[in-house]
Design a protein around this ligand. Structure first.
Ligand code: ZN
Ligand code: ZN
Ligand code: ZN
Length: 137
């Protein structure tokens, strides 16, 4: 087990269990956002509740962020290093490939602040670019 993963868990006050270490490793290695199903496939067996709780804990501790890409399936990706327990700073655009269905973080592109002309209070802006990923072109 890599000490890097154990160190990250420790820094977020998460007890290092085999499941947590393995899931965090998946996130670190993944070039794209991953789904519950992707994680299940990486294990011989993982109990759904454990998986759900692990993702929730990682999200709360600023390790991963959830992405709504319009596909109806929740995806998650590793956070940039300055996310923490109190704040996520993942104000970047995401890219969704219409061919393979994969979703990627586009950390170089920040989501612009869009002011609502109505009296609605904007708390979060999500931008998903759609198209064909590098692999599918
Ligand atoms: Zn984050
Ligand atoms: Zn693709
Ligand atoms: Zn992202």
């Amino acid at each position: 087990m890599s000490s890097k993963v154990a160190r990250i868990l420790k820094s977020r006050e998460l007890r290092a269990t085999n499941v947590r270490e393995k899931i965090l490793e998946l996130f670190i290695d993944a070039p794209k956002a991953i789904t519950h199903r992707d994680i299940e496939l990486a294990f011989d067996y993982i109990d759904r509740i454990t998986l759900y709780r692990t993702l929730k804990a990682f999200e709360e501790k600023g390790l991963i962020h959830k992405i709504e890409d319009g596909s109806g399936v929740a995806k998650y990706a590793r956070c940039i290093d300055n996310c923490d327990e109190d704040h996520h700073h993942d104000d970047h655009v995401h890219f969704h490939c219409n061919d393979c269905g994969d979703t990627f973080c586009v950390e170089e592109v920040e989501v612009p602040y869009i002011k609502s002309p109505s009296k609605h209070l904007v708390t979060k802006t999500t931008i998903v670019l759609n198209g064909t990923c590098e692999q599918c072109q």
